[in-house]
Design a protein around this ligand. Structure first.
Ligand code: ATP
Ligand code: MG
Length: 137
C-alpha cells in the first residue's frame, strides 16, 4: 500500500497543532504506521531538503527545521501521497485554500507548519531517511 512521509515542523509542534493535524489524516481514513518526536540536526535537515540546496532560503529553512522538536510520521493508504499534499495545501499559506491545513493554520511560507512528500520517489527516500525499517508498523 502507498506510504508518505509527513512531518509537523517546529512551529506546528510549538503552537500545539499536533492533535488537530493527526486528526485530519485519521478522519480521512489514512493509517498511521510510524511516529516519533525528534530534534533533527542541521546536517540532517540539509539532507531532508537537499533538492533545495541552491535556493536562497535553504540555509534559513534548515536552521528552522533543526530549531526544535519535529513530529515525524509515515501515513499509509490509497492515494496518500497526492491526497496528503491536498490536505496540506499550497506551499505559500497566502495561496493555500481555506480548509487545508496551511490555509487554516498558517500565514507565511517560512512557517508553514507541515511537510509532505511530493511524489513516490521522495516518499520512499524520506521514509528511509527518517525511519529505520523496524520502526514502521
Ligand atoms: P515541504 O517540502 O515542506 O512539504 P513544499 O513541498 O510545499 O513544502 P518546497 O518547494 O518543497 O515546498 O519547499 C520546502 C519548504 O521551503 C517550504 O515548505 C517552505 O517552508 C520553504 N520555502 C519554500 N519556498 C520558500 C520561499 N520562497 N521563501 C522562504 N521559504 C520557502
Ligand atoms: Mg517539498
Amino acid at each position: 500500500l502507498e506510504r508518505t512521509f509527513i512531518a509537523i515542523k517546529p512551529d506546528g509542534v510549538q503552537r500545539g497543532l499536533i492533535a488537530g493535524i493527526i486528526s485530519r489524516f485519521e478522519r480521512k481514513g489514512y493509517k498511521l504506521v510510524a511516529i516519533k518526536l525528534i530534534v533533527p540536526s542541521k546536517e540532517f535537515a540539509q539532507k531532508h531538503y537537499h533538492d533545495l540546496k541552491e535556493r536562497p532560503f535553504f540555509n534559513g529553512l534548515c536552521d528552522f527545521l533543526s530549531s526544535g522538536p519535529v513530529l515525524a510520521m509515515v501515513w499509509e493508504g490509497e492515494g496518500v501521497i497526492k491526497y496528503g499534499r491536498k490536505l496540506i495545501g499550497a506551499t505559500d499559506p497566502q495561496k493555500s485554500e481555506p480548509g487545508t491545513i496551511r490555509g487554516d493554520l498558517a500565514v507565511v511560507v517560512g512557517r508553514n507548519i507541515i511537510h509532505g512528500s511530493d511524489g513516490p520517489e521522495t516518499a520512499k527516500d524520506e521514509i528511509a531517511l527518517w525511519f529505520q525499517p523496524s520502526e514502521l508498523v
